[in-house]
Design a protein around this ligand. Structure first.
Ligand SMILES: Nc1nc2c(ncn2[C@@H]2O[C@H](COP(=O)(O)OP(=O)(O)OP(=O)(O)O)[C@@H](O)[C@H]2O)c(=O)[nH]1
Ligand SMILES: [Mg+2]
Length: 442
């Protein structure tokens, strides 16, 4: 997610960190680069201007300049201001006091509404709810079939009628059906258009009138950048949105939509879509995204994912190792293998503190082949070397390289990255990080 932005910001902070004491000019130089990195990531210029001036005002403050670790202080400020820009705390889905709670999804064509409807229903089902999906997109028969198929795959009920029935009537009937099924949630998929136009808005307004939803969520494609932001403003002025769902955050999205949309529209982001599969869906936490952008990982999401995949006991062990940084190369290897069961490796690796650098060294997506290479290198080490990589000197390095068919530089690279990852993990629990970051690492 947002690798380029993340790398650029890391580079700015590395440079700052190498300086020791900072002058006002150092800070201004750094902030100029932060500003550029944000603009290049397609963040709204007003958001950037505001953000940088908030960071500057706080950074120039005497406590930063006089502190022994000014660069860390600045990272702390950047992190806090990023979180503020993204919307402060988590915005949960609101439930109606009189079930079923109705959630209406809206959005342009292809933004991911139908997929997201299924993802959201599955998410609710996993938390013990009884969702009913409603196919209120009657513009194309295929749209109804798409939702019905998803419902079948996920074993979720779908309410549908023929395309001849008006959306608002389908919705009215669906509410009756929901009562019959004792559904606790009703998730309504609506029709999208290429562009915002009056007929679409009028239809959505009608559906809304009929459903009286507790949540009207706009589904926006994060890859469309500033268009997404403009669209959110328009939809919001017409429909009074209660939240946003950003889809395709896994793609080449540069970050502009995600970082601007809340600040500009005032509407909170509630969920993000991170892949085509139905479980590639997460509640949105501003602090977790900020820490991913700053290359500090997202241990909490990682652990939640692990919990879904493995038993609790196994997760406790993994969690302890990550948190206490008692994680050695042997663990690293066995985790790499285990982790593969949890989903695409590149998505997971970027949740581990410091590991995103490791991931970015590997060609796009940590494929089977790269994993095999890392595996071969670790397997060519003696158990002692795996537990204590510091003993690996030049001659050991050559032996390991020969044994695994790689170059000594490859071994060096692996060890360096591993050390960096360990250092970051240690920093997290050593209490040297700012307080709000410590929360992320435990
Ligand atoms: N990579 C990725 N693809 C996604 C995500 N969400 C949806 N998609 C893909 O985006 C495409 C469009 O998704 P749909 O759910 O059909 O979009 P829609 O808004 O219902 O489209 P219309 O009904 O035509 O308006 C599909 O190919 C989805 O698989 C996501 O989070 N990540
Ligand atoms: Mg659709």
């Amino acid at each position: 997610m947002f690798e380029i932005l993340s790398e650029k910001l890391s580079a700015v902070f590395r440079k700052l960190g190498g300086k020791g004491k900072l002058s006002e000019k150092d800070i201004d130089d750094a902030l100029r680069q932060v500003r550029l990195a944000l603009l290049e990531a397609d963040v709204n210029f007003k958001v950037v201007k505001d953000f940088v001036s908030r960071v500057r005002e706080r950074s120039i403050g005497a406590e930063v300049l006089r502190s022994l670790t000014p660069a860390q202080q600045i990272i702390k400020i950047v992190n806090e201001e990023l979180i503020k820009t993204l919307g402060e705390g988590q915005s949960r889905l609101a439930a109606s006091p009189h079930p079923p709670s109705v959630v209406m999804l809206a959005g342009l064509q292809g933004s991911g509404k139908t997929t997201t409807a299924a993802k959201l229903a599955l998410h609710l089902k996993h938390s013990g709810q009884r969702p009913l999906l409603v196919a209120a997109d009657n513009r194309r028969p295929a749209a109804i079939e798409q939702l019905v198929t998803l419902g079948e795959q996920l074993d979720l009920p779908v309410y549908r009628e023929t395309v001849k029935v008006k959306s608002k009537d389908v919705c009215a009937h669906a509410l009756t059906k929901a009562k019959e099924l004792a559904a606790s949630w009703v998730i309504v998929d609506t029709a999208g258009r290429m562009h915002i136009d009056e007929p679409m808005m009028a239809e959505l307004a009608q559906v809304r009138e009929k459903l009286k939803p507790v949540e009207i969520l706009l589904v926006v494609d994060a890859m469309t950048g500033q268009d997404a932001v403009r669209m959110a403003e328009e939809f919001n002025s017409r429909l009074d949105l209660t939240g946003l769902i950003l889809t395709k955050m896994d793609g080449d999205a540069r970050g502009g939509a995600a970082l601007s949309i809340r600040w500009v529209s005032g509407v909170p982001i509630k969920f993000i879509g991170i892949g085509e599969k139905v479980d590639a869906f997460e509640p949105f936490y501003p602090d977790r995204l900020a820490s991913r952008i700053l290359g500090m990982g997202d241990v909490l999401t990682f652990i939640e994912k692990a919990e879904k995949t493995f038993g609790e006991k196994q997760v406790k062990e993994l969690e302890k190792k990550v948190r206490t940084a008692s994680f050695n190369l042997e663990d690293f290897l066995s985790q790499l293998r285990e982790i593969q069961k949890m989903g695409p490796i590149d998505q997971l690796v970027e949740m581990l503190p410091g590991a995103s650098q490791l991931a970015s060294q590997l060609p796009a997506g940590m494929e089977e082949k790269q994993l095999k290479k890392v595996e071969a290198m670790i397997l060519s080490m003696t158990p002692e070397e795996r537990r204590n990589p510091d003993i690996i000197d030049g001659s050991r390095r050559r032996r390991i390289a020969r044994g695994s068919g790689v170059t000594p530089q490859d071994i060096n690279q692996l060890l360096n990255q591993f050390r960096q990852m360990q250092k970051l993990m240690k920093m997290g629990i050593g209490g040297k990080l700012p307080k709000n970051l410590r929360g992320i690492f435990g």
